[in-house]
Design a protein around this ligand. Structure first.
Ligand code: FAD
Length: 560
């Protein structure tokens, strides 16, 4: 019986883009997500999506976009992947336009583009300050077409538990599918999911695209993203031997405001439209970014801005709170480009940014690291692909604002195209696996079955808090060897406890891999700043990789 269905885990931008691409090729899809698409983090994205459309008369081109992305990523993003991303970006924006995304327009009707951090040209297309919501609305609608045609089956309120893997030696030896790995090959044959309403555990057969977003749930209280992306999916596949990379690269967004145990984002659009950062020094406003970086000022890449904020806040001559000043912006900017940003700040903080500067602090915003993929979004296991924020691709040591929605859409499409291209070969492998008795509970399958009810219980809030406190103390904007060694020791102690279930242990292992990747990168690059190694060291020009073998975490390095 041939496999007919691809299983996509996650229904944000990456998952939806993959679903549309597969359905267009007549491949049917199970679209699994713990929450409906309307509640995915992608909906929160405000500022915009990048693509060198060159609508603003600045002679922009994909080559400039490529150069800005590589430079912001501090030379460790894969140039081949970034080249493909930036060359396809204008096409993707035009496709979104055709799907009806209400992008802001210039007087002549072209798609308007704005400045965004770290970019020398106006290249970020936007729909007021609700770009993510508008993109998601268009893609949800597009997917609905295929749902009606029976090609896409929605499994909302279903949680991913683990991969179904054929891990016996025979299967490994025979498998010849290309992967991102270079050694012995694993084969992924499906996924285990749980209906969160009924509790039923379901086995899905077929290739899998992981698109379950970032690991925000590992950092509750200090992240701008949704903690509904718990990180459990990433922890489960890490524990199953899937390789990750760049786990130490965590982006702090410079302008966030604290509210009710969360960080509320003040979009980079605010600085893109002219907002400036200052701190009080000697009774006067000191616009430190403008003074230190005259070319881009407050619009320097996020790692640079967040670090400068960290240091000026600790400068004894300064008053300790950084402010975002938007008082000088025109009425037109407020009404046409930042309406939602202002409304949100008024609503949540009872502060009017037109009248008063906003007290802002950096908060965790994006994970450049994640599941290690090649340019086709294959992982190290045949039959397993990853796209969107859960994978490590395109951004190197620092992501440019506006590049992640682009990367999620392009990544989802690329993974889907790769599956369609390799469909016959995948079919042969799955068929062989099936013939070998996969359905009769072979030993290999039993080993990867989802586990006992105790093992499947969500991690306890107390354990989650303990892990997040350890991580936030050691993986801040400024790190050092002592803090990281302390975190390493505390996480190891957690693992020695006998009362953790499998999900809890997986979470601790993933946390440990983050800390060890940071410990072993003994230099400063992009989002990873070590005060004990403050210089960039070209010996570290490349990616830290992390993979589990049994109970051991192996950290490696792959040169760029
Ligand atoms: C406040 C904010 C503003 C942003 N603004 C911008 C911007 O202006 N421009 C830009 O480019 N980027 C922006 N970003 C980043 C960008 O939104 C994300 O990187 C991108 O949308 C991620 O898309 P995704 O499809 O990978 O993941 P998500 O949109 O996070 O979707 C993840 C999906 O996986 C599902 N899921 C999670 N865990 C499980 C599980 N265990 N089992 C089953 N399903 C699961 C979720 O329900 C969801 O459907 C912003 C981020 C935030 C937080």
């Amino acid at each position: 019986m041939p496999y007919e269905t691809v299983n996509i885990i996650g229904a944000g931008l990456a998952g939806l883009a993959a679903a549309v691409t597969l359905a267009e090729a007549d491949v049917s899809v199970n679209l699994v997500s713990v929450q409906p698409s309307e509640r995915a983090q992608s909906v929160l994205a405000a500022g915009g999506i990048n693509g060198a459309l060159n609508t603003m008369g600045e002679d922009d081109c994909p080559e400039n976009h490529f150069a800005d992305t590589i430079r912001a990523g501090c030379g460790i993003a894969d140039p081949e992947a970034v080249r493909a991303l930036t060359e396809h970006a204008p096409q993707i924006l035009r496709w979104l336009d055709r799907l009806g995304v209400p992008f802001n327009r210039t007087d002549s009707g072209a798609i308007m583009q704005r400045n965004f951090g770290g970019q020398k040209k106006k290249r970020t297309a936007y729909a007021k300050s609700s770009t993510g919501k508008m993109l998601m609305t268009a893609l949800i609608d597009e997917v609905r077409k295929y749902e009606a045609a029976g090609l896409v089956k929605r499994c909302s309120h279903h949680e991913f538990l683990s991969l179904l893997m054929a891990d016996d030696g025979e299967q490994k030896a025979r498998s010849t599918l290309p992967t991102a790995g270079d050694g012995e090959q694993m084969l992924v044959c499906g996924a285990w999911i749980r209906d969160t309403h009924s509790g039923e555990i379901i086995r899905l057969n077929g290739p899998v695209i992981l698109a379950f977003g970032g690991m925000n749930g590992m950092f509750p209280g200090i992240t701008t993203g949704t903690t509904a992306n718990t990180g459990d999916g990433a922890a489960a596949v890490f524990a199953q031997g899937i390789r990750f990379s760049s786990l130490e690269m965590i982006q702090y967004h410079p302008t966030t405001m604290g509210i009710a145990g969360k960080r509320c984002l003040v979009s980079e659009a605010a600085r893109g439209e002219g907002g400036r950062l200052f701190i009080m020094r000697g009774g006067k406003e000191w616009y430190f970014m403008d003074e230190k970086y005259p070319e881009l000022g407050s619009l320097m890449p996020r790692d640079v801005v967040a670090r400068e904020m960290y240091f000026v806040k600790r400068d004894p001559g300064c008053e300790g709170q950084v402010y975002l000043d938007m008082r000088h912006l025109s009425e037109e900017i407020w009404s046409k480009r930042l309406a939602d940003v202002r409304a949100e700040i008024l609503h949540y903080f009872n502060l009017d940014p037109k009248e008063k500067p906003l007290p802002v602090d950096p908060g965790i915003h994006y994970f450049m690291g994640g599941i290690d993929v090649d340019v086709n979004h294959r992982t190290i296991a045949a039959g397993l692909y990853a796209a969107g924020e859960c994978c490590s691709q395109y951004h190197g040591a620092n992501r440019l604002g506006g590049n992640s929605m682009l990367g999620a859409i392009y990544g989802g499409m690329t993974a889907a195209r790769c599956i369609v291209r390799e469909w016959d070969e995948l079919q042969r492998h799955f068929h062989k696996w099936e013939e070998n008795g996969c359905t009769e509970g072979r030993k290999s399958e039993a080993q990867t079955a989802p586990g006992s009810p105790w093992d499947l219980m969500p991690a306890s809030p107390a354990l989650c808090e303990e892990v997040s406190l350890i991580l936030s103390a050691s993986l801040g904007i400024v790190r050092n060897g002592d803090l990281l060694a302390d975190a390493d020791r505390k996480l190891k102690q957690l693992l020695e406890r006998g009362d953790l279930n499998r999900r809890e242990r997986n979470r601790v292992y993933l946390a440990l891999a983050m800390v060890r990747s940071a410990e072993l990168r003994r230099e400063s690059r992009g989002a990873h700043y070590r005060e004990d190694y403050p210089e960039r060291d070209e010996a570290f020009r490349g990616m830290m990789t992390a993979v589990m073998a049994g109970d051991e975490i192996r950290i490696g390095f792959r040169g760029a």
